[in-house]
Design a protein around this ligand. Sequence first.
Ligand code: MCA
Ligand code: AMP
Length: 499
Amino acid sequence: MGNPLFDGLFGRHRGAESVFLHLSDGSMITHGRFLERTARFAHALTLLRAVPGDRVALQVEKCPDALAIYAACAQAGLVFLPLNTAYTADEVGYFVENSGAKVFVCEGARLETLGPVAERAGAVLTDLGSLAAMAEAQPAEFETVVRDGEHLAAFLYTSGTTGRSKGAMLSQRNLLSNAEVLVEAWRFTERDVLLHALPIFHTHGLFVATNITLMAGGSMIFLPKFDLEEVIRLLPDATAMMGVPTFYTRLLGDARFTRDLTADMRLFVSGSAPLLAETHVAFEGRTGHRILERYGMTETNMNTSNPYEGPRKAGTVGRPLPGVELKITDPGTGAQLPAGKIGQIEVRGPNVFQGYWQMPEKTREELREDGFFITGDLGRVDADGYVEIVGRNKDLIISGGYNIYPKEIEGVLDEAEGVLESAVIGVPHPDFGETVVAAIVPEGESAPDLDALANGLEERLARFKHPRRMVLVEALPRNSMGKVQKNVLRDRYAALFSA
Ligand code: MCA
Ligand code: AMP
């Protein structure tokens, strides 16, 4: 009995003197040092009385210690809960409380604001600086807590089309199986240098990018965020990059992004949002590289991928990964549809999560008894077995790779003074792919003050969720059943941000 996730990520490169992280200031951290840091944090969390199975929530800027805390959770059998740094205290409060987090790690500057949040939730609040200082004084080895594949390793919250966010419970086996498959599928080795510019509070930057690199014993150029100048400066030192489509359209917008600059790269991966076929084509024209597009979700990690060898088809997300079953079903009846027909995408495999934390009903709605998970995405499978995502059966906006649920924003707007009701939609945006527009129906004769309305969102919602435009309308378009016709609004405002 060991600890499958921890052993899988560190087993082959324990103590290695090879570099794991190249940091922007030119310094480096080896695999061996990273493992020591991990052990020290595992001790520190244990000193804070976190015991196996407890949740550890973390809302800090991207840094090596945040990764070490993730690894420490795996080693100490704790459940890691990373939170977007853009979330307001209101938003964070829900996650910490709902998860029953034992420890909550935040930035020093937010200690005061988050104090009441942690207190309400009954979590031990510490700032990263204090935790790091505590860790520093601990031994560099920690006796790895024994776990099996079914034990939980992480909670990631994902909003819903109705109601509050749900904590997707991911087991050790969910994370490990997907990393193993992807290392193989994308041919990662210890010679790889991954340019890492994604946030590490989501599946893409944490489980896909980091787990794969750790498992392969490779290294990452670890940037605090996507910064075009830095990415262009450092690309020649990298062999691979993972990004959301916005990364690639921004790169294409810069004349310095050329075939020469990317000559030593072997792989560009895109995901989290649809990559336009035209971006795929333009990218190949400019660099000679065909972006490898894959498809995943918080609840499932990665489901499908275009092949490493073989045709990477623009506008598709490739075939199901080894071990993953995928079928297209009728959204009404759940019956499987024949090849070529459009329907909802369902997936099953060792990658599929364990359900939503303390929400058995929500879990039953989306995770069938036979293990198939209803993704809420609409697609079809072509004659070669490639999956094409054609739309969503869920009211969701994906802006720059961040998921935004209209329902959540409408809830806040509808409570505001002077607003009778609202409808939030996503419209095409040249940089973010989609962006948020709110149609507002005033309550009385006089129109609400839109600036005041925008200010009112500040404390409630992370800024990336704020509508980029609010428009006043007399009434919302509705069908004969009284349901708001968002497609009518989307058509009406489709060109608001056209380049
Ligand atoms: C930042 N802002 C945004 C976004 N990001 N607004 C809308 N959508 C966004 N994605 C806002 C900020 O609130 C701020 O607003 C202003 O833009 C500038 O902020 P800054 O941080 O400088 O923005 P940026 O650096 O230009 O960020 C854009 C970005 C970033 C690089 C595209 O959003 C990013 O790294 N996205 C990746 C997200 C990701 O990892 N998704 C994976 C989810 P203001 O000026 O008003 O204050 S995992 C997933 O989906 C599944 C599992 C999968 O398949 O991978
Ligand atoms: P999240 O809930 O953040 O995990 O987002 C998952 C959703 O992102 C999926 O259900 C899809 O709608 C979308 N997504 C992820 N990868 C792709 C892709 N390559 N193309 C289109 N949509 C994608």
